[in-house]
Write a protein that binds this ligand. Structure first.
Ligand code: CA
Length: 229
């Protein structure tokens, strides 16, 4: 997913950035609240990870602006996960009341941070029909359509189910069985796992023009990756 990380502790931010990028996420990092607002104004993120204690404008101020300022009207439902120091519990409660979706206390586990962000995205997608973005593909839940670089991706219902599952996994490999269950849930005709290979083969061909590929990890599964440099 594409994240905005707002954190003024450079050591923490750099280690977080390293892990998240290694996991396949794209992360923009800024170290103060004013920079956060300028990033939010110009860039569409999937979620924001926001520290509370920040220079110039604190995390609470960033959140208030995002949720209420007219400039952010079309993106005010961006999922926000607050990072807070242990001694800031009253700030934490205030931030949740001001519209944060979740919080983590420092120190925290990066895997937990990632899992919580995925949960926020799924919740948001289910609730508002917002967009899901991964490796340059956008999924519009309200229209049930995929687009890449402004072009609609025409897919069959089975390809739709497979591509959506791969996008929701956000780079985490899915086994053929997991994909099969998503694509052929109630399908009488699908008697063996091999049918999923046909769906994947066709999807791969459709994704080539967009520099997106379905990579496989031997013995583990398939994931969606960007071929763009
Ligand atoms: Ca701080």
């Amino acid at each position: 997913m594409y994240l905005l990380l707002v954190e003024d502790e450079a050591t923490l931010a750099e280690s977080l950035l390293g892990v998240l990028v290694a996991k396949g996420h794209r992360v923009d990092w800024v170290a103060d609240g004013r920079m956060a607002l300028s990033q939010l104004a110009t860039t569409r993120y999937d979620a924001m990870v926001l520290d509370l204690g920040l220079p110039y404008l604190d995390g609470r101020g960033v959140l208030d602006a995002l949720r209420t300022a007219p400039a952010f009207q079309d993106r005010q439902d961006l999922p926000v996960l607050i990072l807070s120091a242990r001694d800031q519990s009253s700030d934490k409660i205030a931030a949740l009341e001001a519209g944060a979706d979740d919080y983590l206390s420092k120190p925290f586990d990066v895997d937990e941070l990632e899992a919580r962000l995925f949960a926020l995205l799924r919740r948001r997608l289910g609730k508002t029909g917002a967009q899901l973005n991964w490796v340059g593909i956008q999924y519009d839940a309200s229209k049930r359509s995929f687009a890449c670089r402004g072009h609609t991706l025409a897919v069959s219902p089975r390809e739709h189910a497979a591509l959506l599952a791969l996008m929701q996994a956000q780079g985490v490999p899915l086994t053929r069985l997991a994909l099969y269950e998503r694509v052929f849930a109630d399908d009488e005709d699908a008697s063996s796992l091999d049918v999923i290979d046909v769906v994947i083969y066709r999807l791969r061909k459709k994704l080539v023009p967009f520099a997106v590929s379905i990579q496989s990890v031997r013995g583990i599964g398939l994931y969606l990756a960007s071929d763009a440099a």
